[in-house]
Design a protein around this ligand. Structure first.
Ligand code: B12
Length: 348
């Protein structure tokens, strides 16, 4: 529905992006002086990014998804001190080209974001919220890892686990909010990419070291396969989902990041899990998630497997899971378990 370009038409998309950037730059002669030739290439890459987000939003009928993207982009412009007028001008130019082409749905999505642009939040709110019962620990974890103190962060988590705090609490209230906070700080230009990568790598190591604490509960006979869609590199969230299921007696298998659609279908066909848990963070990966769901639905050998989805775009558009044809959605690992336990009570 509403695709701008033929499927996989990278060339068409690039030509379109170049045309749109050129049109805006010709209108704003000062921009060439400010950004130069390198800057123009950068703008084309950014335009391509905007186009794939727009395609993902249009193809899933989610105007709020594109709005969220523009809010995010605008805050990046502000925090990296890039002139927001250039964002407005670029989006207006894009809208104009879509109208000329008769792509009115895309023009409408742009119109929505342009109308709301001035009211969008300049900087996102902190992810370390006051209602977090482990807020102090989350702040402590964040500051230790930002100071490259992995041993200190490890001690913090292991002392808490040794004191009997359930791993799921540490996941939900310490690791999850601090990872989201480090993402926010990156978006605000307050932490560097190496700092963010160090934070992620250290957190993955700590999660791996926690495995002896996971203690697989008595098996309830339910089966889960947990995976990221093709192209998706954000895999910590789905790993948490899988761990929480494991701790609660599910026979849960975690496949990791970016698994091709065909391979996931074959595995579901072979293993027939009760639930396939599918994670998507980057909205342009949504069309592949829809394709996977379609392929599973049309395969009679996959009958009986329920498809649950989750991740960033679903948390920002609560209705999106229905529109891509999933059976369920959960905001986080513990609510996913609640849904799955109700749907599949223990049999063993
Ligand atoms: C770590 C990280 C990365 C790492 C990921 C490493 C890894 N091994 O996972 C790396 C460096 C690879 C990365 C890359 C990118 N990232 Co990044 N990343 C993050 C960061 C900081 C943390 C992600 C995380 O682990 N969160 C914590 C987990 C626990 O939360 P969660 O993922 O939401 O998962 C929970 C729920 O959503 C739910 N859930 C998740 N999946 C599922 C599935 C099911 C079935 C269910 C039921 C529930 C469920 O349960 C989970 C546990 O409770 C986020 C910030 C953020 N807000 O999350 C940015 C973030 C997601 N990244 C972002 C971006 C832009 C990118 C890049 C495009 C950057 C770039 N230009 O290269 C690339 C894209 C890579 C790709 N193709 O996938 C943006 C996305 C913004 C947007 N509007 O889309 C964010 C939000 C940062 C920001 N604030 O700007 N990133």
């Amino acid at each position: 529905m509403g695709l701008i370009f033929d499927a996989n038409s990278d060339q068409q998309r690039r030509a379109f992006a170049e045309r749109a950037v050129l049109r805006y730059w010709l209108r704003q002669p000062s921009i060439a002086a400010r950004y130069g030739d390198k800057g123009r290439q950068r703008c084309v890459e950014d335009m391509l990014y905007t186009l794939v987000y727009l395609e993902a939003a249009v193809s899933t009928g989610s105007m709020e998804l594109f709005r969220d993207y523009v809010t995010w982009l605008r805050s990046i412009f502000i925090c990296f001190e890039i002139d927001v007028d250039d964002l407005t001008g670029t989006l207006e130019t894009l809208q104009e080209i879509f109208i000329e082409r008769g792509d009115f749905i895309q023009a409408e999505y742009l119109d929505d974001s342009l109308r709301l642009l001035d009211g969008m939040e300049d900087v996102p709110a902190s992810r370390l919220t006051e209602d977090n019962p482990f807020g102090t620990m989350a702040e402590d974890y964040l500051s230790r890892l930002l100071a490259q103190d992995q041993p200190g962060a490890t001690d913090l988590i292991f002392n808490a686990a040794d004191a009997g705090i359930p791993i799921s609490n540490l996941y939900m209230n310490v690791l999850q909010p601090s990872l989201r906070e480090v993402g926010r700080l990156w978006q605000m230009n307050r932490v560097t990419i190496p700092q963010e990568h160090y934070f992620t790598a250290a957190t993955k190591t700590i999660m791996s070291q926690l495995y002896p604490y996971l203690m697989r509960g008595p098996s309830g006979g339910q089966r889960l396969i947990a995976t990221c869609i093709d192209g998706e590199l954000h895999e910590i969230g789905i790993r948490m989902v899988c761990d929480v299921f494991t701790m609660n007696g599910w026979d849960a298998v975690y496949l990791g990041a970016s698994i091709p659609v065909k391979e996931i279908v074959s595995l579901v066909e072979l293993e027939r899990p009760d639930v396939l848990a599918l994670s998507v963070t980057i909205a342009p990966n949504l069309p592949k998630a829809s394709a996977l769901i379609g392929a599973i639905r049309s395969n009679p050998h996959c009958d009986g497997t329920k498809i649950m989805v989750g991740g960033y775009p679903f948390n920002c558009c609560p209705d999106l899971w229905r529109r891509i044809g999933a059976d369920a959605f959960a905001r986080d690992a513990t609510s996913a378990l609640t849904w799955a336990n109700l749907r599949f009570p223990q049999t063993a």
